[in-house]
Each structure stands twice: as structure tokens, then as C-alpha cells.
Write a protein of this length. Structure first.
Length: 279
């Protein structure tokens, strides 16, 4: 039986401070980067602000740098947590990820992104958050290659190390799985800093925490997060979204079909777990 950490101000701080550290690191790199451009490469800095596309590429480049540094920093923290659990014999054995698991994780992730983004688009939420519009415009206006590298690969890796590896792991040390999943998803929503992304990220965070609990490894959640983000980036970045969903009937058919595929994928992943236990 797993020995749980007592809930205290210190244990709560251990859950929260990695998020604060990540936000500070991002802000610092963005500020220092723009200052360095202005001082040493003023023409490049002026060009970066001359259009939305140029500013987007510059901002995404700084996000790539902060994500790369964050992978190193939070990778050390995650490894320290794992070693501490190993010392106290509290490490869970990761479940096997075979081809079927990878397939249905991918299906569930793409389906979730389709349903989530479609429902948010027809809700009043985007109108309530100016920061969401600004963030979307910044990330989706520049080079598709940079978007895929940042939003599709590096950002999911660092967020999974941080949110599922460190934060969910520490929540799991303190409480039962259901409560750890609840708080882990909610914190993931708060982490995104605006109401639109917060609502989407909370639900997605609950799914990712469930995957972490199901498989016991961030490999599963990294796969899901990357597939989901890449799907959204490719659909929105290539204007495929507008072409497909300009018809209301197509919009609802795709949304309902995606919801069905998501539920089916979750069911099959759960059944697959029971089969592993029997075997």
C-alpha cells in the first residue's frame, strides 16, 4: 500500500511552485531576449515588430528556447522525485504501451481536440477573453514549421514533465487517484492563464491525468499531448478548419463522430487494461 504524504502548507507549496517557476522562466527569457535584440540587433528587433507574422516567429522562437531550458530544469526535478519515490519503494510499475494503446491514445487525443475546439468556437467563451485571441494570433500567424516544433513537440514535452510528471506525481503522493486527477486537471487549466484555454485545458488535463494514472508513465501523456496539439496546429494553420466547417451540418457530424470515437477509445483503453491484469 502506498504511503501518502501528509497534506500541509509545505506539500501544497511543493505542488504549486514548479508552475510559478515555469511562468517566471518564460517571462524572463522573453524579456531578456527582446532586450538583447533591441540592444545588439536593433534592425532585427524592428523587423520582428513590423508585422504579426514576424512578431509571431520571434515570440515562438523565444518560446522554443524557454521550452528547451525548461525540459532540462524540470527534467532534473522530475528525476529527483522519481529517485525519492524509489528510495521509499513508492514507484509504480509503468503499464505496457503496445501498438493498440498507441493507436487508441492517438485517436482519443485527436477526437478530444476536435470536440473541445468545436464546442469552444460556438460558445461565448472566446468573446470573454481578449488574451486568448492575442495568444492564438501570436502562435498561429507565423511559420508552420516553428508552430509544429514549439506547440506540437517541445511545449507538450515540458508541460507533461511539469504537470503530469512533477505536479500530478506530487498530488498522487498526497491523495487518492480521483482527487489527484481532479486537482491536476484544474491546475492545468489555471496554468494556461485565460478562461478559454483554461476550460479546454482543465478537461484535457483530466484526460491526461487519467492516462498518467492508467499507464504510470509520461510517455503516454506526451504522446497524447503532442498528437492533439499537432492536429490542431495542422488544421488551423493550414486553414483546413474553415474549409471543412463552413457548413453547419458537416460541423455537427464531425463533432458528434469525434465524440463517439473519443468515448470508444477510452472504453477500449480501459478494457485493454483489464485484459493486461487477467494475463
Amino acid at each position: 500500500m502506498q504511503k501518502r504524504t501528509r497534506v500541509s502548507i509545505y506539500s501544497i507549496w511543493r505542488v504549486i511552485y514548479p508552475m510559478i517557476l515555469y511562468m517566471l522562466l518564460q517571462s524572463m527569457i522573453m524579456a531578456v531576449g527582446m532586450m538583447a535584440l533591441s540592444l545588439f540587433l536593433p534592425e532585427l528587433a524592428q523587423n520582428a515588430g513590423s508585422s504579426v507574422e514576424n512578431w509571431s516567429d520571434t515570440a515562438v522562437s523565444f518560446l522554443l528556447l524557454s521550452s528547451a531550458l525548461s525540459v532540462i530544469l524540470f527534467g532534473f526535478l522530475y528525476r529527483a522525485d522519481c529517485e525519492e519515490r524509489l528510495e521509499y519503494r513508492q514507484v509504480r510499475t509503468p503499464q505496457r504501451m503496445d501498438g493498440n494503446s498507441i493507436l487508441w491514445i492517438s485517436v482519443a487525443s485527436i477526437a478530444f481536440s476536435m470536440v473541445g475546439n468545436n464546442l469552444i468556437d460556438i460558445s461565448p467563451l472566446p468573446e470573454l477573453s481578449g488574451s486568448y485571441e492575442e495568444t492564438s494570433a501570436m502562435l498561429m500567424s507565423g511559420s508552420l514549421i516553428l508552430q509544429l516544433l514549439c506547440v506540437g513537440i517541445l511545449a507538450p514535452i515540458v508541460e507533461e514533465i511539469l504537470m503530469r510528471g512533477i505536479i500530478f506525481g506530487r498530488l498522487r503522493d498526497m491523495m487518492r487517484p480521483a482527487w489527484a486527477i481532479f486537482w491536476g486537471g484544474l491546475l492545468f487549466g489555471i496554468f494556461h492563464g485565460n478562461i478559454v484555454q483554461g476550460v479546454y485545458a482543465s478537461f484535457f488535463g483530466w484526460f491526461l491525468c487519467w492516462l498518467m494514472e492508467r499507464f504510470g508513465t509520461i510517455k503516454a501523456t506526451c504522446l497524447s499531448h503532442m498528437v492533439s496539439n499537432m492536429a490542431v496546429t495542422l488544421i488551423v494553420g493550414t486553414s483546413l478548419y474553415d474549409q471543412i466547417f463552413e457548413n453547419d451540418i458537416v460541423f455537427w457530424v464531425v463533432t458528434i463522430a469525434a465524440a463517439v470515437f473519443f468515448v470508444m477509445a477510452i472504453f477500449l483503453l480501459s478494457i485493454h487494461r483489464e485484459e493486461e491484469r487477467i494475463l
